[in-house]
Design a protein around this ligand. Structure first.
Ligand code: 4AD
Ligand code: MG
Length: 446
C-alpha cells in the first residue's frame, strides 16, 4: 500500500535516515500517545523500530488532530509526515505528522492487554502473541533472526553443505529419557533430539555439512535454560578430530558475536545489553580439561564461593556450569569428560579411554553450556559394544553402524542451541524470551 496521491514513498522506521528532510508513509501501529495542550506526541512502531511523531494543532486539519488525539494503543494506522533529524530522539529522527489514516481503532472497552506498566511473567506468556509487539521483545526476535543468519552464513561461506535431517526418527540420539513418542502408522517413532546421526552420514557423503532445524526433548526440568522444542545448528566434518572441532567452535561463535555487534547495535541498545561484555568475544577461547574444571570447582568450594561440593566423575549441573563460565571473559571450552556421563557415540581418548574426546562450550556471565560436541567413534566393533552397553536396539542403528563399515574416518561435530545463544548474547534471564513461542514443561499455549 502506498500513498501515491501525496507522493510520500513507503518507508520503514529503521531506514528513515535515508529519507531525512523528505515526506514518507509508514505502515504502523500506535505504541504510545502523550498530549500537551495543543501538541500531540504519538509514538509509532512498525516492526523495525519506533519513532516519535509531533502534531501541533495548528499544523494539521482539525479532523486529523482529533483522530490522532483519540488513538488507542495498538490501533493500526498509515501515517504520512516528514522526517526530521533530532539528536535527542532515541533513533535520531522525529516525524512531523501530516496525516494519519486509521485502519482499525482499538476500542476503549477492550484495550490492548499489555500496557506500558509492569506485568507478571505468567500474564505475559499467556499473551505472548501480543507481548512480541513490545519494543524489547521485537528487538530480541530481530537479534535471534540475525544470529540464525550469521550461523548459516558462516557455514555456507566456509565450505559446509546444508543437509536437512528428518524430524520423525526411529531411534534415540541423546538418551532415552527425553524422547517424545509419536504413533507412526502402528509403530512407535520419536521427534528428533538432534540431527547428528544423520549428518554423520551426510558428512561421509559430502565432507563438511551442517543442519539447522527444530529438535525436541521431553525435559522434565523447569530451568531457565530448558525448552522442550528448540532449534539447533549442527556442523559435522569428515577427517576431523576434537582439536579441529574446538577451532571451528571458537571461530563460529566469534563470527556470530561480531556480526551482531555490527548489524544489531540499535537492538542491543533497546534491550540495554552491556556490549563491552560482547566485545571481548574473540578467538582463541580458553580450553580446560574436565579435570581442570573439577579442580576449579573444588577450590571454589574450599574458599566458600560455592555451596555444592562437586563429586568427581559426575556431569556438571547448572550451578557448576554457572560458576565455571563466570570465571572467564569469553566462552570456556571444557573438554574430555568422563565417557560414562556422556553420549554413546563419543570417541574415547586414546591417552586414557575413561575419558571421551568431547567438548562443551560454556558461555560467560554464568550462561553455561551453549555448545555440546565430540569426535565420533570410528570403530565398528567399539560402536556396536557401546550401543549394547546403552541398551539401544541394534536393529534401529544398523544404518548408523554401516558408516563404520564403509570407509570409516575420524569425524567430529557439535550442536549449538540457538535459544541458549540468544539468551547469552542478549543477556536474558530465561530462554522463554528467545523464541517467538516457547514450549516448556508447563506451557503449550498460545
Ligand atoms: O549437548 P547436546 O545434547 O548435544 C547434542 O544433541 C549433540 N548430538 C549435538 C552434536 O554433536 N551434533 O545439545 C546441544 C546443544 C546444547 O549445548 C544446548 O545449547 C542445546 O543444544 N540444548 C538445549 N537448548 C534448549 N533446551 C534444551 N532442553 C536443550 N538441550 C540441549
Ligand atoms: Mg550437552
Amino acid at each position: 500500500m502506498s500513498d501515491v496521491t501525496t507522493e510520500a514513498p513507503v518507508a520503514t522506521i529503521a531506514t528513515l535516515g535515508k529519507h531525512e528532510g523528505q515526506r514518507v508513509t509508514l505502515h504502523a501501529w500506535l505504541y504510545n500517545l502523550r498530549a500537551s495542550g495543543k501538541l500531540l506526541f504519538p509514538i509509532f512502531r512498525d516492526g523495525t523500530g519506533t519513532i516519535q511523531g509531533i502534531v501541533p494543532k495548528a499544523a494539521v486539519p482539525e479532523t486529523v488532530f482529533e483522530s490522532i488525539k483519540h488513538l488507542t494503543q495498538e490501533s493500526s494506522v498509515i501515517v504520512t509526515g516528514s522526517v526530521r533529524a533530532d539528536a535527542r530522539a532515541p533513533g535520531g529522527y522525529e516525524l512531523d505528522v501530516e496525516n494519519v489514516e486509521v485502519l482499525q481503532r482499538v476500542p476503549e472497552e477492550t484495550p490492548f492487554p499489555i500496557s506500558l506498566k509492569e506485568h507478571g511473567t505468567d500474564f505475559l506468556m499467556e499473551h505472548r502473541h501480543l507481548w512480541i509487539r513490545t519494543p524489547r521483545q521485537s528487538a530480541i526476535l530481530r537479534i535471534r533472526a540475525e544470529i540464525i543468519k550469521a550461523a548459516r552464513d558462516y557455514f555456507d561461506d566456509n565450505g559446509f553443505t546444508l543437509t536437512d535431517p528428518p524430524i520423525l526418527t526411529p531411534a534415540a540420539c541423546e538418551g532415552t529419557s527425553t524422547l517424545f513418542p509419536v504413533e507412526y502408522f502402528g509403530d512407535e517413532a520419536y521427534l528428533t533430539q538432534s540431527g547428528q546421526l544423520y549428518i554423520e552420514s551426510t558428512a561421509l557423503a559430502l565432507g563438511k555439512v551442517y543442519s539447522f532445524g527444530p529438535t525436541f526433548r521431553a525435559e522434565k526440568s523447569k530451568t531457565r535454560r530448558h525448552l522442550t522444542e528448540f532449534w539447533m545448528v549442527e556442523p559435522e566434518m569428515a577427517f576431523a578430530d576434537l582439536d579441529d572441532l574446538m577451532v571451528l567452535a571458537e571461530n563460529f561463535i566469534s563470527f556470530i558475536v561480531a556480526r551482531i555487534l555490527e548489524r544489531r547495535a540499535a537492538d542491543l541498545k533497546v534491550i540495554e545489553r552491556d556490549i563491552t561484555r560482547l566485545e571481548t568475544i574473540k578467538a582463541p577461547f580458553p580450553k580446560i580439561s574436565y579435570d581442570e574444571a573439577v579442580a576449579m570447582l573444588h577450590e571454589a568450594h574450599a574458599k566458600g564461593l560455592i555451596e555444592n561440593k562437586f563429586e568427581y566423575g559426575d556431569d556438571f549441573g547448572s550451578p557448576d556450569e554457572t560458576y565455571l563460565s563466570s570465571q572467564f571473559d569469553r566462552p570456556v571450552m571444557v573438554h574430555r569428560y568422563p565417557a560414562n556421563v556422556k553420549a554413546f557415540y563419543m570417541e574415547p581418548d586414546p591417552v586414557d579411554p575413561r575419558f571421551a574426546l568431547c567438548v562443551d562450550v560454556l558461555a560467560p556471565e554464568g550462561y553455561g553450556e551453549i555448545i555440546g560436541g565430540s569426535q565420533r567413534i570410528s570403530s565398528y566393533e567399539l560402536l556396536k559394544q557401546r550401543l549394547e552397553e546403552h541398551h539401544l536396539p541394534l536393529e534401529a542403528f544398523g544404518w548408523y553402524l554401516d558408516l563404520r563399515k564403509y570407509g570409516s574416518v575420524p569425524h567430529a561435530g557439535f550442536g549449538m542451541g540457538i535459544e541458549r545463544a540468544v539468551a547469552w548474547i542478549c543477556g536474558l534471564d530465561h530462554v522463554r524470551e528467545t523464541i517467538p513461542f516457547a514450549r516448556t514443561l508447563n506451557r503449550i499455549y498460545p
